[in-house]
Design a protein around this ligand. Structure first.
Ligand code: ADP
Ligand code: ASP
Ligand code: MG
Length: 412
């Protein structure tokens, strides 16, 4: 029998009425002859609330206990969906991460999936024609037996990993938009829905802030070649649209130079002033940050006029900003910087497209267009299929719209 993994995000399971609607989507696929595993998120807003409670209890808390708290949102929705399915005559059973099991490493708060044991779920398909309703976002670390979570937005990753583990024919990610757009349709109403996006482009879009899919879910889909669609749970359950397929580049016929624009407001900028300009300084700055598991993104080092000292500017995720400042404060004498500055009111705007490989001057055009609108660029990075600029957060929407029009992405 064909096999399918369906994933429903927070807004799709926001209340019992919507969970009943999800049950209708699942019923459609069961009636079409699929063996179905459903991955659910917590009700929208729930995880934020749980994270808030942990912070309120203690700003710097034990990540193992954070996981125990924040994983609870998904437990509720699995049970509710199983009940809603049973109520319309479909055999269903809920599964928590540890029951599947979805095994992860022990990086609590942002654990990586190491293995998915799908045997018991498959047994349920075969013996009882039972739909498996699996909690997204959570797993278990086999060594300690403790519960883990996969990082915000992690249910996407649970779904793709489960699809790979169960050898499913397809993984459908249902959300509150009907596919992947050229940019966030909530801030650019002229954004266009894409029928197909290449894995590599989706990976960059997700890493650069497009929250429609968690980055690791795209990595897994690419590595295991999982046929993944992004589609809407708000479509008519009897007649839904197919959504956007994330696929290999070779499956895409027409490509623009730029496929999409992403933005992220979740970055913070740190500048170290007058750092000694000598070998080993970059290592002295970035090694302690790496040891603290803080990922550094854009790095700019000025040329020093006197050859003695220099300024180093870089960005870190804003969630790690306080920790990064703390780490650098402890290293102040080792690094030898007299002053440190930080800013959290910044945004990173990125343009992504595999077509950039074969076109020159794509980024230069953007710098001019942003300058014409009076938007100052604080830092720039480029890679083979994308470039990013760091700007003041107040200009985020204007910059995204400007680049979206500049590269001909606006819907007619
Ligand atoms: P879910 O709760 O279903 O996981 P998310 O909020 O995580 O949903 O992701 C869906 C949201 O992603 C959309 O509502 C949209 O605002 C946002 N988004 C950002 N960039 C894009 C994009 N390029 N295409 C589609 N949606 C995007
Ligand atoms: N509920 C989790 C979160 O809000 C996981 C998810 O929705 O994907 O981050
Ligand atoms: Mg999400």
């Amino acid at each position: 029998m064909p096999r399918l993994v369906m994933k429903f995000g927070g807004t799709s399971v926001a209340n019992v009425e919507r969970i009943r609607n999800v049950a209708l989507h699942v019923k459609r696929e069961v009636d079409a002859g699929f063996e179905v595993a459903v991955v659910v998120s917590a009700m929208s807003g729930k995880t934020n609330e749980l994270v808030g409670w942990c912070k309120e209890a203690a700003p710097l808390h034990d990540q193992r206990e954070y996981d125990a708290v924040v994983a609870s949102g998904e437990q509720v929705t699995t049970g509710l969906l199983a009940i809603a399915l049973q109520a319309i005559g479909i055999p269903a059973r809920s599964w928590q991460g540890w029951q599947v099991p979805i095994e992860t490493d022990d990086a609590h708060g942002s654990a990586r999936i190491a293995r998915v044991g799908g045997e018991a779920i498959i047994e349920g398909f075969k013996a009882r024609r039972e739909v498996a309703v699996v909690a997204g976002f959570q797993g278990i670390h086999p060594g300690s037996g403790r519960l883990t979570t996969l990082g915000r937005g992690g249910s996407d990753t649970s779904a793709v990993a489960l699809a790979a583990g169960l050898n499913a024919d397809r993984c459908d990610i249902y959300t509150d938009v009907d596919g992947v757009y050229t940019t966030d349709p909530r801030i650019v109403p002229k954004a266009k829905r894409l029928d197909r996006v290449a894995f590599e482009e989706m990976l960059e879009m997700a890493s650069m802030g497009a929250k429609v899919l968690q980055v690791r879910s795209v990595e897994l889909a690419m590595v295991h070649n999982v046929r993944t669609f992004v589609r809407s749970s708000f479509d008519d359950p009897a007649n839904p649209k197919p959504g956007t397929l994330i696929c290999g580049e070779e499956e895409i016929v027409e490509t623009e130079v730029v496929t999409g624009i992403a933005y992220s407001k979740d970055e913070a900028q740190i500048t170290l002033r007058n750092v000694p300009d000598k070998p080993g300084v970059a290592a002295a700055v970035f090694s302690p940050l790496a040891d603290a598991n803080i990922s550094v993104d854009m790095i700019v080092q000025n040329i020093s006029p006197d050859g003695k000292s220099t300024d180093i500017t870089f960005t870190v995720p804003s969630a790690d900003y306080a920790r990064a400042m703390d780490v650098l404060a402890k290293e102040k004498t080792t690094i030898g910087y007299p002053a440190i500055e930080g800013a959290t009111d910044i945004a990173k705007i990125s343009a992504i497209g595999v077509g950039m490989r074969s076109h020159a001057g794509v980024a230069a055009k953007a710098f001019r267009a942003l300058a014409d609108r009076g938007i100052n660029i604080r830092a720039i990075t480029t890679s083979e299929i994308k470039f990013s600029v760091l700007i003041d957060q107040a200009y985020t929407e204007l910059a995204v719209r400007t680049l979206h029009s500049l590269y001909g992405l606006d819907a007619a």
